[in-house]
Design a binder for this molecule. Structure first.
Ligand SMILES: [Zn+2]
Length: 303
């Protein structure tokens, strides 16, 4: 190689490397999110690698009834896709199939059991919701958000800060469901004094009429804390220990039992699925539904 060629070679190599570094530096820090995005799915059998196209419809199907309507299903598809992109709960997987940890998931045999003859038609509906929103997910400050969702609130959703940590886009917002348009969200549970004491690991003493302290509400009106037999429990602790459907409850002694009247189902943070159903029935599109339940977020598309 002659000196001039050598110089040219090194100049080109340097330029090439600089270009590479420049490109690497400039590459937008965003996840792929479309149908072909690999999804490492943790099941009871271990981790299998699938794609967003193969995963997402089955998560949407497991999490939301198809009768909730196409716009609600699209909102659910975006929330589930976003959850997967942001989830950091498993070192070797993107998401698991345990709804108590990540998001529910039913494979085709599971859905056949649930849907029977409607399998093909319902699968088409959830696949359509995933395809219509392909590559779309919610961001805040350029990052995929923690897209929490729950079955239903009554009146308003919960502020994340009341049960987890404050999050700017997981704040309490109005939600349209009530006892008339969603009667399934109103439940009650009764406990004898012995049952209540056992569930809360307390020693029963004195007149049950004096066991319950006043419920201290949080900003969304749910139970922040309440004392029972002088011990203070958070609303979340009572919900969990007594298997109540939400922390939006009232409790009283009726002379024979402690009666808990409960509104809503789930932790109450983020999108209310029942609210999404009702908004969709009013004609609201999925983008507006998502913007309502995750205020301040941006819906981005990466295909
Ligand atoms: Zn998980």
């Amino acid at each position: 190689m002659r000196p001039l060629q050598k110089l040219l070679f090194w100049c080109m190599l340097l330029a090439g490397l600089t270009g590479l570094f420049y490109l690497a530096d400039q590459a937008p820090a965003r996840a792929t999110a479309d149908a072909n995005t690999p999804v490492r799915l943790l099941t009871e059998e271990g981790v299998t690698v699938t794609t967003m196209a193969e995963y997402l419809p089955f998560a949407v199907a497991a999490e939301m009834p198809v009768s909730f309507g196409q716009e609600a299903l699209k909102a659910q598809a975006v929330a589930a896709r976003t959850f997967v992109l942001a989830c950091r709960r498993h070192p070797d997987a993107d998401v698991c199939t345990d709804s108590g940890c990540c998001i529910a998931f039913l494979d085709e045999p599971g859905l056949r059991e649930r849907w029977g003859d409607d399998l093909a038609r319902n699968l088409q509906a959830v696949r359509a919701a995933a395809e219509a929103t392909d590559g779309e997910y919610l961001t805040y400050g350029g990052q995929a958000i923690q897209a929490a969702f729950h079955a239903g609130s009554v009146g308003a959703t919960e502020d994340s800060g009341a049960i987890w940590s404050p999050t700017p886009y997981l704040v309490s917002v109005e939600s349209p469901e009530n006892g008339e348009n969603a009667p399934e969200l109103i439940t009650s549970a009764a406990f004898s004094p012995a049952e209540l004491a056992a569930a809360l690991d307390l020693t029963p003493t004195g007149d049950p009429a004096g066991w319950l302290g006043p419920a201290v509400p949080d900003e969304a009106g749910r139970v922040r804390e309440m004392s029972v037999l002088g011990r203070t429990f958070s609303g979340s602790q009572l919900r969990s220990l007594l298997s109540l459907r939400s922390t939006a409850f009232t409790a009283s002694w009726d002379g024979e039992a402690f009666v808990f009247h409960v509104a809503g189902y789930g932790h109450g943070v983020g999108m209310s699925q029942t609210g999404a159903r009702l908004y969709a029935a009013q004609g609201m599109g999925y983008r507006d539904i998502l913007a309502h339940y995750y205020p301040g977020t941006e819906l981005v598309t990466v295909r």
